[in-house]
Structure formats: C-alpha cells, structure tokens
Design a protein around this ligand. Sequence first.
Ligand code: FAD
Length: 310
Amino acid sequence: AFEVLVIGGGPAGSAAAIYAARKGISTGIAAERFGGQVGDTMSIENLISVPYTEGPKLVAAMEQHVNEYDVDIMNMQRAEKLIPAAQAGGLHEVQLANGASLKARTVVLSTGARWRQLGVPGEDEYRNKGVAYCPHCDGPLFKGKRVAVIGGGNSGVEAAIDLAGLVGHVTLVEFGAEMRADEVLQKKLRSLKNVDIITSGQTTEITGENGRVNGLTYTDRNTGESHHVALEGVFVQIGLVPNTEWLKGDIELSQHGEIVINDRNETSIPGVFAAGDATTVPYKQIVISMGEGSKAALSAFDFLIRNSAE
Ligand code: FAD
C-alpha cells in the first residue's frame, strides 16, 4: 500500500507527488494522461519565473521533475471508484479501469477539469488558432483585436469585462433571452463602450481563413435569421466540467460537481485530500494547481503523522 496515492497527473498531481516523495514516504501517482490540460496548451506565459513555455515542454519538465524522486508513476490508468477506509486511519482503495485496485493510507484527488465545448463546425479546427477557452491565459494574444465571448453566465460576463480592457472590441453572445450573470456584472458590462451584447443568439459556426478564425455565425432565435460577425478570436465560456463523475456519491461535491475542500485541501472523507481544477478552489490556473497540490500533500503528511498505525 502507498502512504500517499495521487490520482491525476496534471500540475496539481505532479506537485503533490513531489511534495509527498520529498517527505520520504511511499508515493504513487495514477493518471489517465500524464500532463493533463497542459498537454493541450500552446503557449504559457503566466507560470511565474518562466516567461514563456509551451504545453508539451512543460509536461516533459513536470515528468522529469517527478522522476527525480522515488515515485511510482502509473500512466494511462483511469480511476473508476474510490472506496474510503472503513475506519479513520485505515486503507482507502481506488479501483482502476484495468481491473486492478490500489490501496493507500491517504489519497490526493487531482483529476482536473475540461472546458465544455460548443460543438459547432470550426471549433476544433481553429482551437488555439483563434478559438480559446481561458481569458486569463490567452486574452493578451488578442490585444487590440476583435473577439467574441460565447456565454452570458458569470464566467462569460467576467471574461468579456476582462477582455474589453485588453482587446479592441468584444461581442458577447448569449443563447438565452437574458444573460444569467449576477446583475452587478451585467451592469458593469453594459457600461463598457467597446462591447456589444447579443441575446437569443445561437452560435452555429466559427469561420476562418488561412488557418485562423475570421468570424462567427449565429442564428437570432427570435427571427430565425442568420448573421455573421467578423472577428479574430472566440472565447468559449459555457462551463468548466470537473472530472469527478467517478466520485459521485462517495465524496461531497458542489452543485457544479467540484470536490468540496477547505483551506487545507481536506475533503469530506478523512485522509482523502484534493487539489486543483477538480475542486472548489477559486480560479483554475497552472500555478494555482501546483500550489494546491503541494498543500494537499503537506496536509496528507500531517494526517499520516497524526494517525500512525502504531
Ligand atoms: P489537469 O491539468 O486537468 O490534470 C488532470 C489529470 O487527471 C490528468 O492527468 C488527467 O489525465 C487525470 N485524470 C482525469 N480523470 C482521471 C481519472 N478518472 N483517473 C485517473 N486520472 C484522471 N493555465 C495557466 O495557468 N496558463 C495558461 O496559459 C493556460 N492555458 C490553458 C490552455 C488550455 C487550452 C486549457 C485547456 C487550459 C489552460 N490553462 C492554463 C488551465 C490549466 O491547464 C489548468 O488550470 C491546470 O492544468 C489544472 O491542473 P490540474 O492538475 O488540476 O488538472
């Protein structure tokens, strides 16, 4: 059995594994795909002290750093079920899709999240070529340009306000008859001069030429008419989905499916900790996930020294 078993090999899981291993305790990390969302990222410019890197390069560096320590890396392993210890301080069990099962005195859950996609033509084709999901990450790439934000919930409206200060012009497209964001955010958005708001707009296609986005097409759901807006970028903000479906019923999740944690990364199960995009931590970023993974491992270590078997 492991003393610390980390599920998920993104920035949060890598940091947790390194912090745990540096305490000299037996550490394992099982990940469906080592690297996580970082593997899908082009340029990264906000990892403090690294002014510029690229996703695959950062994934290789994370893996190399984990490999500096005695960590059992189980890549391409999907966890399917968590069976909490029968009594406090006992062994938790994690069942894998391949039929194997792993046991550990503490578990760090760091299975991350995925952006909900629109599912329209052009979205996949122009991903990272004008189609973006993270305004904190990619906003500065569109300085002075025209962008759309799809989605009028809190994240969409916050993104539109944020981007309006960076880019030339923002068009917000909301599917419903009204935006769903908090009124104070909507009021702020309406006060901005370089923002257009389209409601009852169903985005039907992201268009492009020469390999880059050049606009989007939407249908006005009131009239049925189709319109095209010329622009250089589209930020899809229709939700971030945590990879926690497999935990439903076994651990406390928020209404959005995030693992509920406190400021020590403790979950509703003693000895099970969680970190990163899969949790209720506000703001989902690489540097934040790394910090959270470190905290979760330190909390796991603290749990182990307080609940030693002897
Ligand atoms: P993830 O990176 O999502 O990693 C989750 C890990 O868990 C993966 O290894 C996955 O395979 C594994 N996993 C999932 N389910 C299971 C399971 N059931 N069993 C086993 N393993 C499982 N952030 C920035 O700070 N700067 C940027 O420039 C930036 N750009 C981005 C660009 C894109 C296109 C995207 C998608 C995200 C970007 N982000 C950026 C956000 C950043 O990538 C995330 O905040 C960060 O990766 C979250 O780390 P994490 O470890 O919590 O989760």
